[in-house]
Design a protein around this ligand. Sequence first.
Ligand code: CP
Ligand code: NVA
Length: 311
Amino acid sequence: LNGAGPRHFLDLKDFSGAELRRVLDASAAIKGRRRKGELAAERPLTGKTLAMVFDRPSTRTRVSFDVAMRELGGETLMLTGSEMQLGRGETIGDTAQVLSRFVDAIMIRILDHGQMLELAEYATVPVINALTKVSHPCQIMADVLTFEEHCGPIKGRKVAWSGDANNVLASWVHAAARFDFTLNIASPPELAPPPALLAWAQQEGADIHVTTDAFAAVEGVDAVVTDCWVSMGDDDEAHRHNLLSPYQVNAKLMAAANPDAIFMHCLPAHRGEEVTADVMDGPRSVVFDEAENRLHAQKGILAWCLGANGL
Ligand code: CP
Ligand code: NVA
C-alpha cells in the first residue's frame, strides 16, 4: 500500500479490508488501554507534529485529532485556511511542500476533494482526509468501531442509510465493500448516491441496495444511520427540506428496523429535521459513543500513518 511514499489516509476505498481491520483493531486496543489508565505510559508519537488545516468549521474532528495526538505524545498545529497564504492564492502544491518541511503529518478539511488529493500528491508526509464534499473516511472508522461495540462484528450485518446521499454516505459505501456488510440506502432521487460511487461498489462486489423508500431500507437492519439535510457547502435549503422530510428518522421508522437496532449520526444533528428528539435522545441512540470513538479511531489512523504501534 502506497509503495515507499508517505502513508496517506485519504479514503477507505484505497485500503484492503484486512489493512482497515488492523487500523481498527489498533484503535480498539488503544481505547482499552486508555480505559485501564495504561496509555499514559505510552508515547509512541513523541516528537511528532500534526498540522491540522481547517478550511471549514469542526468540533469533533478538530478536538479528537488534537487530543489523540497529545495523548500519543505528539503535538498539533491548528491552521485555518483564511489565516494561511492559501487564503491569498498560494497553491495547495506549494503549501504541501512547505508544510512537509515542518511537520510529520498533515490533516486537512476542505470541501474540494481534488485539492485534498493535490495536497497528498505534493506532500512528502502523510495526509489525512478530515472531510471533503466527497467523503469522510475518519468518521466511518469511528462508526464501524461503535457499531461493533454495540452489535458485534459488522461482517454480514445490515445497515440502513436514510437521507441525503452525501460525503458521509460515500464513506459508508466504501466501508460496506471493505468490511463486508450490507448497506441499504434510501434517498430522494434528486439526492441519490453518485452513479460513479455505485459503479465502484458494484465492481467491488459490495452488497449495496438503493431505494427511494425509507421503510423498505430499514427492514431487518441492525443500525439506522442519517446525517444533516444541509451539508457544508450546500445551499437551496428549503428545497432540500422538502425532498428529505420523508427520510426523517423518527419512532415510526425505527420501529420498522430490527427491535434492537441502534441509531447512528455523525453529528452535528438537527432535532426535528433529519431525526426527531425522541430517537436522537432515546435508548437506541449511540451518537455520543460515536463522537467519543472519533478520538480512539483517530489514534489508530495516526499510528498507521506514522508507522507506530506496530502498524
Ligand atoms: N462529525 C464531524 O466530523 O463533526 P465535526 O464537523 O464537528 O468535526
Ligand atoms: N455531511 C456533513 C457532515 C458534517 C460532519 C457535512 O459535510 O457538512
